[in-house]
Ligand binder design. Structure first.
Ligand SMILES: [Fe+2]
Length: 241
């Protein structure tokens, strides 16, 4: 499986602090059946001033550490970009790593603030789409506004956004309201996929298989395959298996 959203790099955001913790996360991902991970460290100028230049160096060092530890996980530089005014300049400076490219659109993992959907978000997102950047909205099922009013996501998906549901949300790791919101968003028929958003082994582990199983039980084999296997592979640029 391909994980498009995880925080495995050590000491760079709120993911693992040490290399040993990071390698343990990678081992857990591989044990779960994950073969490829886009390392989506936070790009959030106020809290985590990461950008392409430092992230690519960190990912290269981590890839070397994975090889040395004989952990068969293929990694790629990505990011989880916070929706903020500075993002447009970072994009213009080519400092925002994308997850991949599909049909001429670069795919950007975009995070709203957790408590709300900022006024003006749709204008911002429309600007990105005009730049042929398609936002993949990170974990909308955990956003307080969307949890309370799932129909509010439609403005964004109608504009062209895709949705990344957290695998753990589907099995209740983020509580019942997030689980219900995840199911509602999928039921609404948006283009959805799952990813782990791994940060640590205990609370936010690098697991996709449990989400895949939950999808299969609730929505059937074909829909589960689309959300857990085929769409992530399309974005990575790999043949789904
Ligand atoms: Fe994340």
């Amino acid at each position: 499986m391909i994980d498009l959203h995880c925080h495995l790099l050590p000491g760079i955001d709120d993911g693992p602090e040490t290399l040993n913790e990071a390698l343990d996360l990678a081992r857990a991902a591989v044990a779960d059946g994950i073969t490829h991970s886009v390392l989506t460290s936070h790009v959030h100028p106020e809290r985590y001033p990461n950008q392409r230049s430092n992230l690519e160096v960190a990912v290269a060092a981590f890839a070397a550490a994975l090889a040395q530890a004989e952990i068969p996980l293929v990694v790629r530089t990505g990011c989880e970009a916070r929706l903020c005014p500075e993002l447009i300049d970072l994009v213009a400076d080519n400092q925002v790593p994308f997850l991949g490219e599909v049909a001429g659109f670069r795919i950007l993992l975009l995070e709203f603030p957790h408590q709300m959907v900022p006024i003006g978000s749709i204008r911002f997102i429309s600007s990105l789409l005009r730049m042929r950047i398609r936002p993949l909205i990170a974990h909308p099922e955990r956003n307080k506004t969307i949890m309370a009013h799932p129909e509010k996501i439609r403005e964004f998906t109608d504009a062209g956004c895709w949705l990344q549901i957290t695998a753990g949300s589907l099995v209740g790791r983020f509580g019942e309201p997030a689980k219900e919101a995840a199911i509602t968003l999928i039921d609404q028929g948006h283009t959805c996929l799952i990813a782990s958003d791994a940060h640590d082994l205990n609370n936010r582990p690098p697991l996709l298989s449990e989400g895949f199983s939950a999808l299969r039980a609730r929505f059937g084999e074909a829909a589960a395959h689309a959300m857990a296997i085929a769409r992530p592979a399309q974005i990575w640029g790999a043949t789904p298996v």
